[in-house]
Design a protein around this ligand. Sequence first.
Ligand code: ADP
Length: 240
Amino acid sequence: MKPDAVAVLSHELLSPLTLIRGYTATLLQLSEVITEEQKGQYLRGIESATNRVIRLLENLRDTARLEESDTPAVQPTFLPHLLRQTVCEMQGQTTRHVMKLRPSGPLPLVKVDQQKIEQVMTNLLVNAVKYSPHGGDIEIALRLVRNEQEVKEAFGRVPLLRLPCLVVSVSDSGIGIPEEELGRLFQRFYRINHKLTRTTPGAGLGLYICRIIVEAHGGRIWAGNKAQGGSVFCFSLPVD
Ligand code: ADP
């Protein structure tokens, strides 16, 4: 394990575990004097810190599993349905952000491992929420790209894509990404050194997991910034 990984993981484990220890000690030592309301507050704190540890360990387990198995269990899928489902679930978890799924024209089916592509979408939407602290719109779009000309028109310069493909994009109105970091975001345990990132839970695994899944489908994932602020994450899925 690289030193960065040790630093990220130990921080991500130590902060919730220290909270849990603090709340538990208070509950044990002061149970006679604290109010029922305070007890509830400490117990909810313990629950949320425990969930943070579990999420981290689940991410680590998923990463190890994904690195081992290379062939996804694919089935023909109508992607707009899958996106709508994930977007609805994620919209239920925030009131400060408005998720807008842009209508797409007629689209072909694409062969994907549905659970895994749902995970990619969930990770991107969770990030769009986490890194847009003032809320705002989160736009999800889906388009068919048939040739190099269409790639250029839609995205400018992007990594070589297997064509034709469907491209999903998730754009937010958040803090954006420094240009020099755009290429590194998808590395394992990579987190940008920004004050919001330092106070936001995470271990730099979400985008790495997205990359492994998308690449196992023959696709690519990349990120950019919007001229008016906020970032855009896109991933492609080849249509056979
Ligand atoms: P985590 O969010 O757990 O740190 P990720 O792998 O999902 O890990 O993201 C890596 C880093 O990329 C984050 O730490 C954050 O700095 C940056 N990032 C990801 N998504 C966004 C976004 N939508 N806007 C701005 N920065 C982002």
